[in-house]
Write a protein that binds this ligand. Structure first.
Ligand code: HPA
Length: 268
C-alpha cells in the first residue's frame, strides 16, 4: 500500500465505498449532504495535488449518500494548473488501491449546441482529446496502450439515463472535447470543435478518464453546461460565469446521482 492508501483506509475506519464521484463546478454542495462524513484534506494524503482554483477546494469526503457508501472528491487539479496531465494519477491510483471500482466524473463545460443552453446537463458519451497531451506520457509499461473504444461505461451511463428519466431531468448526450485551458477557446476554435464532432468543450475530465481506464476503473461522466461556446453569443466568457451558473445544472445532476444511489442503479 502507498502512504495515501494507508491514511485513507485508516480514516475510513471500515467504510469501504466502491464508488467515487469527482465533484466539478456546481456539484460542490453534494459534499455537505454526506452523512457520517469523514473529511480528509488532500494535504493529508501524500501525492494528492493541491488545487488553487476557486470553487475547487481539495478534500476527500467519504460517508453515506442516499443510503450508500460513497467517496467524494471535492476538488480536482487541472492540467492547466501544472502543465502535467497526470496530476490526478496519485488520486486515482489511491482510489483503485482501496477497492474503488467505479468512478463518476463531473465538470462544467461550454455547449456547442444552442438547444443545450446554460443550465443543461450532458452525459458524456465519448471524448476528443484536443489538448495534445496525455496523462500516460512517460508511462513505461505496455499497459500504456489503453483501449478507449468503450471508455465510457455503458451500464453506468444507462443507469444515469434511467435516473434522469425517473426524476424528470432532461439529460443531453454528447461528445466532450478537451482543451488545455486555462484561456477559453476562440470563436474559430469553437467553430472547429463543432465541425470535428464535439458537443461541448472543457478543460478537465479527459485525462482522468484515460487514467481511470488505465487503472481498470469503470467510468461515467457528466457535464453541467455553464455557457454557449465562445462567439456563439455576444458576450465574453469568464470563470466567474462558470462558477455562478454551474449550480443550476449541478442541482439537477446531484438529484440524478442521488436517485442512482438510492435505487442501487450502479450496483451491477
Ligand atoms: N470552455 C472551456 N471550459 C469551460 C467552458 C468553456 O466554454 N465553460 C465552462 N468550462
Amino acid at each position: 500500500m502507498t502512504n495515501a492508501e494507508d491514511v485513507l483506509v485508516e480514516k475510513l475506519n471500515g467504510l469501504a465505498p466502491e464508488l467515487a464521484i469527482v465533484l466539478g463546478s456546481g456539484l460542490g454542495p453534494m459534499a455537505a449532504e454526506v452523512e457520517d462524513a469523514v473529511r480528509i484534506p488532500y494535504g493529508d494524503l501524500p501525492g494528492f495535488p493541491q488545487s488553487g482554483v476557486t470553487g475547487h477546494a481539495g478534500e476527500v469526503v467519504a460517508g453515506t449518500l442516499a443510503g450508500r457508501p460513497v467517496l467524494l472528491l471535492a476538488g480536482r487539479a487541472h492540467y492547466y494548473e501544472h502543465g502535467d496531465a497526470a496530476v490526478m494519477r496519485p488520486v486515482l491510483e489511491t482510489l483503485a488501491g482501496i477497492g474503488i471500482g467505479k468512478l463518476i466524473l463531473t465538470n462544467a463545460a461550454g455547449s456547442l449546441k444552442p438547444e443545450m443552453p446554460a443550465g443543461s446537463v450532458m452525459l458524456i458519451t465519448d471524448h476528443i482529446n484536443f489538448s495534445g497531451s496525455n496523462p500516460l506520457f512517460g508511462e513505461p509499461s505496455e499497459r500504456r496502450f489503453v483501449g478507449m473504444t468503450e471508455a465510457y461505461d455503458a451500464r453506468l451511463s444507462a443507469a444515469l439515463k434511467k435516473a434522469a428519466a425517473a426524476t424528470g431531468t432532461s439529460l443531453h448526450q454528447g461528445v466532450y472535447m478537451w482543451f488545455s485551458g486555462p484561456s477559453f477557446e476562440t470563436p474559430a476554435e469553437i467553430r472547429m470543435a463543432r465541425v470535428m464532432g464535439a458537443d461541448a468543450v472543457g478543460m478537465s475530465t479527459v485525462p482522468e478518464v484515460i487514467l481511470a481506464r488505465f487503472l481498470g476503473l469503470r467510468v461515467a461522466a457528466c457535464s453541467v453546461i455553464t455557457n454557449l461556446g465562445a462567439g456563439m453569443t455576444g458576450g465574453e466568457l469568464s470563470h466567474d460565469e462558470t462558477k455562478d451558473v454551474a449550480p443550476l445544472g449541478g442541482r439537477q445532476l446531484s438529484k440524478v446521482l442521488k436517485h442512482v444511489l438510492r435505487e442501487g442503479l450502479f450496483d451491477d
